[in-house]
Design a protein around this ligand. Structure first.
Ligand code: ZN
Ligand code: ZN
Length: 213
């Protein structure tokens, strides 16, 4: 099988581990991938990786943000739901792209996609523009952090909204990964020729009191 050329830092999907990683280059015949948000690199078969879809990148970014908040340190993602939506930094292409994605989510009344875009934009602002103001400002007034409930797995779900008069309303049911949802969608489309879905991402959050600094 012919292998595609990947650029360093490109988010790729590894079929063997069902994970998204940033492409780091090749070591011998193996491709090195690094988890989104950092962590230990892993080796992948170059023939079994492909560029990650937008949805996969989004899910990986949210997971990384959640993993950080589980670690106990209070960072901006913990305070996401209390904060004002982050603003894009003028002239930055990545900010722009996330702002566009957020606007699209708003236009489609997709609250979870809008939240995801906010999480990623805030994360990107902190990483690329060294911005910590949002989280800190809120932290002073609200001595709680919102942490993902580690005892409950996040859920991904798709509802079929195809149909002329009424929606078909078939659902994938809660799934543990975006991939399962996509597989269900492909199957459902094959069986019914339905092509429109509403998708949602759900997680559980708990409020934890923070010591006042
Ligand atoms: Zn930016
Ligand atoms: Zn359907």
């Amino acid at each position: 099988m012919e292998t595609t050329a990947f650029e360093t830092g490109m988010p790729v999907y590894d079929l063997a581990t069902d994970k998204v990683g940033e492409y780091q280059g090749k070591v011998g015949p193996r491709a090195m991938l690094r988890p989104v948000g950092g962590g230990r690199e892993w080796e992948a078969d170059p023939a079994r990786i492909r560029p990650a879809t937008r949805e996969e990148q989004l899910a990986a970014g949210v997971r990384a943000a959640n993993a950080r908040s589980r670690g106990g340190s209070v960072t901006a993602p913990d305070l996401e739901y209390l904060g004002r939506p982050p603003a894009p930094v003028a002239g930055c292409a990545e900010c722009e792209e996330l702002a566009v994605r957020r606007a699209q989510a708003r236009a489609e009344f997709d609250g979870s996609a809008e939240t995801d875009a906010n999480v990623l934009l805030r994360q990107h602002r902190r990483r690329e523009h060294h911005d910590a103001s949002d989280g800190r400002r809120i932290f002073r007034f609200v001595p709680f952090s919102i942490v993902q409930d580690a005892s409950a797995e996040p859920e991904y779900e798709a509802h079929c909204v195809s149909g002329d008069e009424t929606d078909c309303a078939a659902t994938s049911g809660p799934c543990g990964t975006p991939t399962e949802v996509e597989e269900w969608q492909r199957r459902h489309t094959q069986e019914t020729r339905h092509t429109r879905y509403r998708r949602s991402f759900v997680d559980y959050a708990v409020l934890a009191r923070q010591p006042v600094r």
